[in-house]
Design a protein around this ligand. Structure first.
Ligand SMILES: NC(=O)c1ccc[n+]([C@@H]2O[C@H](COP(=O)([O-])OP(=O)(O)OC[C@H]3O[C@@H](n4cnc5c(N)ncnc54)[C@H](O)[C@@H]3O)[C@@H](O)[C@H]2O)c1
Length: 366
């Protein structure tokens, strides 16, 4: 790519003009890096409605093949249901387009891996829209953990519940947990690479799929992560607590005045000898310090996300949330589905089941 090409605006099409596609289209239109040149949706009226709203010279397609035949198109962004991501992404990559895919990357790990492989062979960018990884709050959390402000991570507890749309093609784990999992993957040094997970779900209204889900993920050094996702809660909660040996962080995404709070508090376990030479007892001591709230800029995550997509294409490097990050999330989701089918048995990421321990069972049902 020449320096001149590197400076030129890239041309992009958004595929899928339902709920989320318009947010992508708006950010591509507003960004300095992109020219939004096309919208593609099976529903022509929906595609046209979005094209009218964003304005400019935007052509509407209902036929993916016709869209991908455009040789002036650099990239596509896919905001269609999860089960269609693989087919559309492969077609776009084979037509030489860079691809941004909504979460989850695909509806199976195997299909996601095929997408990653296809992009790699062709030297094209494949990026997952793990939107939260572009929010000021999550960037700050990652920074604090990386600089050791929390100490060693002991636990992560994430709650994402509200009255949500029961999705036609996926259960609540595949719909909502990609957010929590991609965030945990992004903030943990080394990413999210558990060996096993345990999931329990419920469908109390008979929707035909889990609408309430609890996911337990053993982490390194006996730490643990827990994710609660729920479409049936009249109260909306978006909260993550990350406990460390020196500080604990609370992220309340619905509290714009104080999204992040850092508690300078910790628990220490010391061994004390009691009586005889070998006898020892554990003493728990608590340290209670101040609480502070880091200042965060108010900025739309999707603006930074589409800028990163352009930068990764221009600089011919992996984007911050690349296909591999998408695959790590899919690996956990697949293991969660296997665990769900096995009544919450701990499921290895390779697929084998091992009995869940009492400690993990307690964590799941608390
Ligand atoms: N990043 C986020 O925060 C976020 C938020 C919501 C949804 N999403 C993701 O966005 C994707 C879309 O979700 P949604 O809620 O917008 O769905 P939606 O059902 O509202 O919209 C999907 C659109 O895709 C169109 N479509 C379906 N198949 C197509 C095909 N083969 N070719 C062209 N158009 C096709 C449909 O006609 C529809 O207009 C999902 O993967 C979802 O998980 C991401």
């Amino acid at each position: 790519m020449t320096a001149l090409q590197a400076q030129a605006r890239l041309k992009v099409a958004v595929i899928g003009a339902g709920y989320w596609g318009p947010n992508l289209a708006r950010n591509f239109s507003a960004g300095a890096d992109w020219d939004l040149v096309a919208i593609c949706d099976l529903d022509a009226a929906r595609g046209q409605g979005l094209a009218d709203r964003v304005g400019g010279a935007v052509t509407v397609y209902t036929d993916l093949t016709a869209l991908l035949a455009r040789d002036d198109l650099d990239a596509v962004a896919i905001a269609t249901p999860a089960k269609t991501h693989h087919g559309i992404a492969l077609a776009a990559l084979r037509a030489g387009k860079h691809v941004l895919v909504e979460k989850p990357l695909a509806d199976s790990q195997e299909l996601g891996a095929e997408m990653v492989q296809e992009a790699s062979v062709r030297g094209l960018t494949l990026m997952a829209d793990h939107t939260y990884c572009y929010t000021p709050a999550v960037l700050k959390i990652r920074e604090l953990i990386a600089e050791g402000a929390l100490g060693d991570i002991l636990f992560i507890d994430s709650v994402r519940i509200n009255l949500g749309l029961v999705q036609p093609d996926v259960d609540v784990f595949w719909d909502l947990a990609p957010h929590d999992l991609s965030i945990i993957d992004f903030v943990l040094p080394g990413g999210l690479r558990p060996t096993a997970v345990s999931a329990q779900g419920a469908d109390p209204l008979g929707a035909g799929k889990a609408c309430i889900g609890y996911l337990t993920i053993p982490l390194q050094n006996d730490a643990i992560a827990h994710v609660h996702v729920n479409w049936l809660s009249p109260t909306k909660i978006r909260q993550m607590v990350i406990g460390g040996t020196t500080r604990t962080l609370v992220w309340d995404d619905l509290n714009p005045q104080q999204r992040l709070s850092v508690y300078d508090r910790g628990v220490e376990l010391t061994q004390q000898s009691v009586g005889g030479a070998d006898a020892a007892a554990s003493m728990v001591s608590y340290r209670l310090g101040d609480t502070w709230s880091p200042a965060l800029p108010e900025r739309e995550a999707l603006g930074a996300m589409v800028a990163e997509f352009a930068a990764s294409i221009r600089e011919e490097r992996a984007p911050r949330t690349d296909g591999e990050a998408g695959l790590r999330v899919l690996a956990v989701l697949e293991a969660a589905s296997r665990s769900l089918a096995g009544q919450g048995l701990l499921s290895n990421l390779t697929g084998a089941h091992t009995p869940v321990t009492d400690a993990e069972r307690v964590a799941v049902v608390r």
